[in-house]
Design a protein around this ligand. Structure first.
Ligand code: MRU
Length: 339
């Protein structure tokens, strides 16, 4: 089964961005045509496109639309950059386009479009490589727990953590995935369970609060998650709840691995303490299931991400191989950012 394209540039220089609207999954497969950078910005803010690598690629195309409409490059970069603060891929992709836009000759829109296409193609290749490296961690008959969504929906390729699962499945390995539902926005239930189910992978959906019990019952041999930003010391920001899963994995002696391409590394930050954490609308918590589930006016805290300390991470699966904890401090040198 081929999954619908998450992000697609339709046409050439005069074309537009088509996104699979992830807010409508899993019940409806609907595409969103973005003809302006404001369309793209709004799609990123409301999570129609989400997942660190995917928002980087979408923002790059958004910048093409802005410049084509006559916007000033730096102003357009700043506007798109403000859409989501935690995933560093967003700023990384925009910075690449800014550098590209400032240098060289030729049609500025075509140059930016070519660079956006290059970012998308590189992401696809990095996903494939992470899949190959990560698949080796999955043993025959293993139970693998994952959190949030890190598949084709979150990238321009196969995914990050889920790429390892897709690749292992293609290699003929038999394993079972436990997908945390991932409150409050249910990326695990709506997106991961959907992707894995479509691909014919054995997936069992659990509420986030069930992870400890499933581990205690001996059903999980490996935890695989993605990342939104990795600091120089290996501290890793990912979807809220990831840190709890890492603590649980440690308590049960289960290896906890992160999968992320080089675009997710932020060597400018010494540790996870400096990672900006997006705070989202309280209504995602009080009205998350389509109806009010909390008393009117109650105080809500809704950070979209948390930071897992490097000490809880067994390894980071990158496109260049798996970094062991001792190698993580040199990440900034090993996985240099372009520009
Ligand atoms: O808020 P989201 O859905 O954009 O959060 C996504 C995640 O936390 C993913 O785990 C992360 O971006 C890695 S995706 C390959």
């Amino acid at each position: 089964m081929t999954l619908p394209r998450t992000i697609e540039w339709v046409g050439d220089h005069g074309g537009h961005l088509r996104l699979l609207d992830q807010t409508r999954l899993p019940t409806e497969v609907v595409f969103l045509d973005c003809h302006t950078s404001e369309d793209v910005r709004a799609a990123i803010c409301r999570l129609s496109v989400r997942g660190a690598p995917a928002i980087g690629v979408a923002a790059a195309y958004g910048l093409v639309l802005a410049v084509r409409a006559g916007a000033e490059l730096d102003a357009a970069v700043a506007r798109l950059h403000g859409s989501r603060p935690t995933a560093v891929n967003l700023g990384w992709a925009l910075e690449r386009l800014r550098i590209c836009g400032r240098h060289g000759s030729g049609d500025p829109v075509q140059k930016l479009l070519d660079e956006a296409h290059a970012i998308a193609a590189e992401d696809e290749a990095m996903c494939a490589a992470m899949g190959r490296h990560g698949a080796g961690l999955i043993g025959e008959g293993d139970g693998v727990l994952t959190h949030c969504n890190t598949g084709a929906l979150a990238t321009a390729g196969l995914g990050t953590a889920l790429a390892a699962l897709f690749t292992a499945a293609r290699q003929g390995k038999k394993f079972r995935v436990f997908a945390d539902e991932t409150r409050p926005l249910l990326q695990g239930a709506r997106l991961t369970a959907w992707e894995l189910h479509q691909a014919g992978i054995d997936v069992t959906l659990i509420c986030d609060s069930m992870a400890a019990q499933v581990m205690k019952e001996g059903r999980v041999q490996l935890v695989l998650v993605g990342a939104d930003r990795i600091a120089a010391n290996g501290d890793t920001a990912n979807k809220i709840g990831t840190y709890s899963v890492a603590v649980l994995a440690k308590a049960h002696g289960i290896p906890f691995y992160v999968a992320a391409p080089s675009s997710t590394f932020d060597p400018s930050l010494a540790s996870g303490d400096g990672i900006p954490i997006e705070q989202r609308d309280p209504r995602e918590v009080t009205h998350g299931m389509g109806r009010q589930t909390a008393p009117e006016g109650v105080e809500v805290y809704n950070p979209a991400f948390d930071v897992t300390p490097a000490s809880l991470i067994a390894g980071i699966i990158t496109e260049k191989g798996i970094l062991r904890p001792g190698e993580v401090p040199t990440t900034g040198e090993r996985l240099e950012r372009r520009g």
